[in-house]
Design a protein around this ligand. Structure first.
Ligand code: BGC
Length: 743
């Protein structure tokens, strides 16, 4: 029988409609049996399915069904490869459908404001553009399988400290340019079935009750068609939340929320039409998920895909020659040191934790090689660090090369709290120092979900950052170390030297219930570039076993203002002796603007695979948003006309070519009033000439250059009051009227 949403909705009682807008348990919506409305199941997410038994605690792990644990977003994102994310999405979608789950709760695209956020491993980047492109691919891939996604956590959930209460105090321009665009791109380009609101407050109002966020921005501006679900337990006041645009409260919270809705409608304080909108959206979700269910997936195939993704999401930070040859790929005999080779760190803790279908370790995957654990890690086998290190050093003395597996212990990064430190634990650094003193041929393989400081980086000739690699991470590392695959990942987050260098330092994690985003739009590389700070490894950095040159950078502009587009072309050549892939990055700078603009911003990229010696011309098309800023006074995007510099590079600090383009802009002036400054008046096409004509300094008053410059900052009314311009308040008011009338 057809599931007719409108017919069903029309036949529901007030109580039944209210019941649709909250969960029946941890993972299901409420059905209405009488009306033929089944309950649907949603579950985590994001990088693997975590389908639990009905009575499980929601952060529990052991009892979820086995599912492929793909690399978390930190690694997936570092691939810069939308096609790969689409394929991973398809696989996630297949597993979701095969398990009769309607919605996979992910992906998360919050911006990495600080490397200390405990949940960064679940997020893509410090940059909204790359997060938006890759998130779109993942959502499209998952939803291509007939199941839904939940884009989370909307919005400004950039820390775990006090996440359920804290108010993220962020100015509008910063929200629009940094914290919202990834959500915006994914909503507009992939229409996720659901968006999950975050726990925190945004500028004093809980996201779950934030009408501006959930309705004005998400629906009215971005045309979101799906359903807004709360994060688990994020609703505090059901009726205002419903009115703000929160359709579905999860998980079940007993009869109270539904009763409050019913009472509010009866009392006339809530329009029943508002409830109808939310109930309709839940019914639509049910309708969409009806044909889902069933199908199967190939465990081996998905494992192989997880392996490919882990390899392509790893970033070769450094690969310097020792005795004339880079250490990677490995040649000759080598020793493996580090407990992580045997006890892998492959996913983060919290609601995203998957029960993997299998688990590869690097130690097994590397073949029959000598191994020394070197140090202990929390949760790993017991041991004495000094004894372990001494054994590792002794073995290192005679080894050809030493591959040292280091990383963050599991408890260091988790949902629910932030990281205690930026660096690796002392026992691991001490081990590395000792091994490097015994043998200069050291390769470090890192496993961590977010940037770690690397003050020890001179001790290793090669460093491979694998992030958290998912269940096949161990074999992926072996593929890279042995050269069966060539690294092609790039950093989507800067690796800073010190915590004190990081953008949010001093404004994180906030106090007394507020965290002030004082660094504004200068997040990630935007901060390091603006402050001219040296970093350990810059945003966009990543090496290969081959090398690439860039030539013939050019850019063509078409259209103007909001309709402008720019085609950026560059030829990339593989100049090495093996096949590889390069992530070509396009940055835009606006050297002169009425507002502060970052030194450069990523606005386009493409990944190109090339055989040795091969060349390819690539084109990256930028739309006007690549040039625009959010005008804080006009509350809209503005392309301010003039020169822009388009830079093309292999990282944000390895720019290989630049061209300057000239783009005709659009109006950047707002309505004039008496309190507008002389400068604002003069910049206005109608008001400028009028004011010019009206200014007649009284006889005897000489206005020299300094005075003129000072007066630009005066409100026109002050000028009138000072009697400096030859017009009074009344004359000025008449000017304002004239300008307003003429537009
Ligand atoms: C997390 C969400 C997750 C939900 C359900 C919350 O605590 O913040 O990301 O989807 O729980 O497990």
């Amino acid at each position: 029988m057809v599931f007719d949403v409108e017919r069903i909705l029309a036949g529901l009682t007030l109580e039944e409609k209210a019941s649709l807008t909250s969960g029946s348990d941890f993972w299901h919506t409420q059905g209405v049996e009488r009306a033929g409305v089944p309950a649907v199941m949603v579950t985590d997410g994001p990088h693997g399915l975590r389908k639990q038994a009905e009575d499980a605690d929601h952060l529990g792990l052991g009892d979820s069904v086995p599912a492929t644990c793909f690399p978390p977003a930190a690694a997936l994102g570092s691939s810069w490869d939308p096609a790969l994310l689409h394929r991973v999405g398809e696989a996630l979608g297949r597993e979701t459908r095969a398990n009769d789950v309607a919605v996979l709760l992910g992906p998360g695209v919050n911006i990495k404001r600080t490397p200390l956020c405990g949940r960064n491993f679940e997020y893509v980047s410090e940059d909204p553009f790359v997060a938006g492109v890759l998130g779109t691919a993942l959502v499209a891939g998952i939803q291509s399988q007939g199941v839904g996604t939940s884009l989370k956590h909307f919005a400004a959930n950039n820390q775990e400290t006090d996440r359920m209460r804290v108010s993220a105090d962020v100015d509008e321009r910063t929200l629009r340019e940094i914290y919202l665009p990834a959500f915006e791109a994914i909503v507009k380009n992939a229409q996720p079935w659901t968006v999950m609101c975050s726990y925190n407050k945004v500028n004093g109002t809980y996201a779950s009750q934030n009408h501006w966020l959930l309705t004005q921005v998400l629906r009215d501006e971005w045309a979101f068609e799906g359903l807004v679900v709360s994060d688990w337990g994020a609703v505090h006041d059901r009726v205002p939340a419903l009115a703000a645009g929160l359709d579905l409260q999860m998980p079940a919270a007993g009869p109270r929320p539904d009763e409050e809705i019913v009472a509010a409608v009866r009392a006339g304080t809530l329009d029943e039409a508002v409830l109808d909108v939310a109930a309709r959206r839940v019914l639509r979700l049910v309708e969409r998920s009806l044909p889902a269910g069933g199908g199967s997936f190939d465990v081996d195939e998905h494992h192989a895909l997880a392996r490919e993704a882990a390899a392509d999401g790893s970033v070769l930070l450094k690969n310097e020659p020792v005795d004339g040859t880079p250490l990677l790929p490995l040649s000759g005999d080598f020793l493996v040191v580090g407990e992580f080779a045997r006890t892998p760190r492959y996913q983060g803790a919290g609601s995203s934790q998957v029960n993997p279908t299998r688990l590869d370790t690097a130690l097994d995957a590397l073949g029959d090689v000598p191994f020394e654990p070197g140090f202990t890690i929390a949760g790993g086998p017991a041991g004495d660090d000094e004894v372990l290190a001494a054994a590792a050093v002794a073995a290192a003395r005679t080894a050809g090369t030493v591959v040292v597996f280091l990383g963050l212990p599991g408890p260091d990064e988790s949902e629910g709290y932030d990281r205690p430190r930026l660096g690796l634990p002392d026992n691991q650094v001490a081990l590395l120092e000792a091994v490097a003193a015994a043998n200069p041929r050291v390769v470090v393989v890192l496993a961590n979900g977010s940037a770690v400081s690397v003050p020890w980086r001179d001790r290793a000739a090669a460093i491979l950052e694998t992030w958290l690699g998912g269940q096949a991470g161990g074999s992926a590392v072996a593929d890279l170390l042995h050269g069966r695959r060539t690294p092609s990942g790039k950093l989507t987050e800067t690796i800073p030297h010190r915590l004190t260098d990081t953008p949010a330092f001093g404004n994180f994690p906030g106090e007394a219930g507020h965290v002030r985003y004082g660094e504004g739009i200068l997040v990630g590389y935007r901060w390091y570039d603006a402050r001219e700070l040296d970093v350990a490894y810059p945003f966009g950095h990543g090496l290969s076993y081959t090398s690439f040159t860039y030539s013939d950078v050019s850019a063509t502009v078409s259209g103007e203002g909001a309709d402008a587009t720019v085609d950026v072309r560059v030829t990339v050549t593989n100049t090495g002796d093996r096949a590889g892939a390069e992530v070509v990055q396009v940055y835009v700078r606006d050297p002169e603007a009425a507002v502060l603009r970052p030194v450069r911003e990523l606005k386009g990229f493409t990944k190109v695979a090339l055989e040795p010696g091969a060349s390819q011309q690539v084109t990256v098309t930028l739309d006007s948003r690549a040039l625009a800023y959010w005008h804080p006074g006009l509350h809209r995007w503005v392309v301010e006309g003039g020169a822009f510099v388009v830079e093309v590079g292999a990282s944000s600090r390895d720019l290989r070519g630049a061209v300057t383009i000239d783009v005709p802009g659009e109006p950047t002036w707002g309505p004039l009033e008496a309190m507008s400054t002389v400068e604002e008046w003069l910049a206005h096409p109608v008001g400028g000439p009028l004011l010019q004509a009206a200014i007649t300094p009284p006889a005897g008053v000489e206005i020299d250059e300094t005075m003129q410059a000072m007066m630009l900052g005066f409100p026109a009314r002050t000028l009138a009051d000072f009697g400096l311009a030859g017009f009074d308040r009344a004359a000025l008011d008449a000017l304002v009227e004239q300008v307003t009338a003429q537009g």
